[in-house]
Design a protein around this ligand. Structure first.
Ligand SMILES: [Fe+2]
Length: 498
């Protein structure tokens, strides 16, 4: 059974639910060797387990190699990631690529898998011409107009819809950074750009947050062309309800934000877009610490925004934020800077920021010195007080040489109330972000599972693993062998069946 290296599609993999159990076993055997794209790169973020896979497959009956899948668990874990089909002209991890969603569906104690590209308009152009035509986030590349059909993306960058995959109001969405997003079917077929009930595609951020009372989804959209930031509220029916506007001193990259019951909090570090720098051959994104950090509090009741200025730092990802009396508490991963031309070697650490709204003051405390990223909490408590946060780090037990720096092998569970942590060390296996999977019928904050992909670089296989969130250090609840390598990716979510 072979794939087509031009299209990246497997001849038999395009029909959902077409395999019988015996066929599924055959496909498992056939696909364990490699689904890699047929090109190589010296870029460490396109090598090892960062190397993209090109083949789309289905396996209807995965093999559980340890533990057991909880029989009462029903839903699907989906994870997106940058997975360029064609060898890029230029590439800047984690800013570029084609989206590929990997989905593990759990039901009645069994698991099935499928992966599929997000068929964006930009990928369609590249599929038609048979090679990459768009530039990267840090090295934009103009596209020859002669190869474009009317209405196609002229570049110089593509929208690969590769950062996150979420469901809101019944819509499954593949998200990029502050640009249009793509709606998918449950079988991961790309429907097209999503409009949120408007007359044109809507620009959404990669990270979106839901209000605990109304269920509305808030999303942030910036642009490299303008200092204006849009914050959309999309209601529980999937329609755009309102758009708020925030004006910053310069076009600024803002990857994530915080929602509490009363506020939207925008933490705008001085990673700004500088078109003059780009014209001079430098990165479009420039780190300018002299601009400081601007934190904007937007009251959801429509009151005037509140600005707080402090020293420069950067945040890619927040774990959660919530109101506590007159304070706003925010748990996040702290970067000293975000300078793509001169990356910082300092550890990125899990911290708590407390904003005294009345005094316009910010304090910060570090939980522990671990170098971490991709923090998550139990999503049911988003915008409300949380005690536990989960995030990967790299421990000394990992001894595979020459791995890129964005490699993790240990999942941490922080207890922010007690100032303690526990861990699950995967040794030489490489992991990524965890998603919290609530245990059916249970409502305790850590009563559930952590879903994570793990890759073994020694025999090049990937597993889908469920850890007990309440007892993270124990043996996994289930280890499920995947039929094809799952590359390192970005964000994923558990979507329960009900
Ligand atoms: Fe992110």
């Amino acid at each position: 059974m072979t794939g087509d290296p031009t299209t990246g599609r497997d001849a038999t993999g395009m029909t959902a639910h077409a395999f019988t159990s015996s066929q599924a076993f055959t496909s498992f055997q056939a696909f364990t060797s490699s689904g890699d794209v047929p090109w190589t790169s010296a870029d460490p973020y396109l090598s090892g387990n960062f190397k993209p896979v090109g083949r789309e497959i289905i396996n209807e009956d995965l093999v559980v190699t340890a533990g057991a899948i909880p029989r009462d668990l029903s839903g699907v874990y989906m994870r997106n990631g940058p997975n360029p089909l064609f060898q890029p002209i230029s590439f800047c991890y984690p800013m570029d690529g084609d989206g590929m969603v990997h989905a593990v569906t759990i039901d009645s104690g069994r698991a099935r898998y499928r992966n599929r590209f997000v068929e964006t308009n930009s990928l369609k152009v590249e599929r038609r011409v048979g090679h990459a035509v768009y530039g990267s986030f840090t090295a934009p590349h103009p596209v020859d107009p002669a190869i474009l059909q009317p209405g196609e993306n002229p570049g110089p960058m593509k929208n690969g819809a590769f950062i996150n995959v979420i469901r809101h109001a019944g819509h499954l969405l593949a998200l990029n950074e502050a640009t249009t997003c793509y709606e998918l079917t449950a079988d991961l077929e790309t429907i097209g750009e999503w409009t949120a009930g408007t007359d044109k595609p809507i620009r959404l951020g990669a990270h979106n947050r839901h209000h605990p009372e109304t269920g509305s989804m808030f999303s942030l959209a910036y642009t490299w062309r303008s200092p204006e930031v849009l914050i959309h509220e999309i209601d529980v029916t999937g329609h755009l309800r309102r758009t708020m506007t925030l004006n910053l001193p310069a076009p600024t990259m803002i990857h994530d934000f915080i929602l509490t019951e009363r506020y939207i909090v925008i933490v705008a570090g001085p990673a700004v877009f500088d078109i003059d720098a780009a014209r001079a051959g430098r990165s479009l994104l420039q780190w300018k610490p002299s601009l400081g950090m601007r934190i904007a509090l937007l009251p959801l009741d429509g009151s005037p925004e509140i600005w707080i200025e402090t020293d420069a730092f950067f945040v890619f990802h927040f774990a959660n934020g919530f109101d506590r009396g007159g304070d706003i508490v925010i748990d996040y991963v702290h970067h000293e800077s975000f300078d793509v031309e001169h990356p910082s070697s300092k550890a990125t650490t899990f911290r708590r920021m407390v904003i005294d709204v009345a005094r316009r003051q910010v304090s910060r405390d570090e939980f522990a010195g671990f170098d971490v990223e991709f923090p998550r909490v139990n999503d049911r408590l988003e915008a409300r007080a949380t005690r536990f946060a989960y995030m990967p780090t790299l421990s000394d037990s990992f001894n595979i040489p020459d791995q890129p720096p964005a490699v993790f092998n240990t999942m941490l569970k922080f207890d922010t109330e007690r100032g303690e942590f526990r861990q699950h060390d995967f040794g030489n296996r490489i992991i990524g972000e965890a998603a919290f999977v609530p245990a059916p019928g249970k409502h305790g904050e850590d009563q559930g599972y952590l879903a994570v992909f793990a890759y073994d670089p020694q025999d090049r296989h990937s597993d889908f693993i469920l850890l007990d969130a309440a007892h993270i250090e124990e043996e996994p609840v289930a280890v499920i062998r995947l039929p094809q390598r799952v590359p390192q990716g970005l964000h994923g979510n558990w979507i329960a069946s009900t």
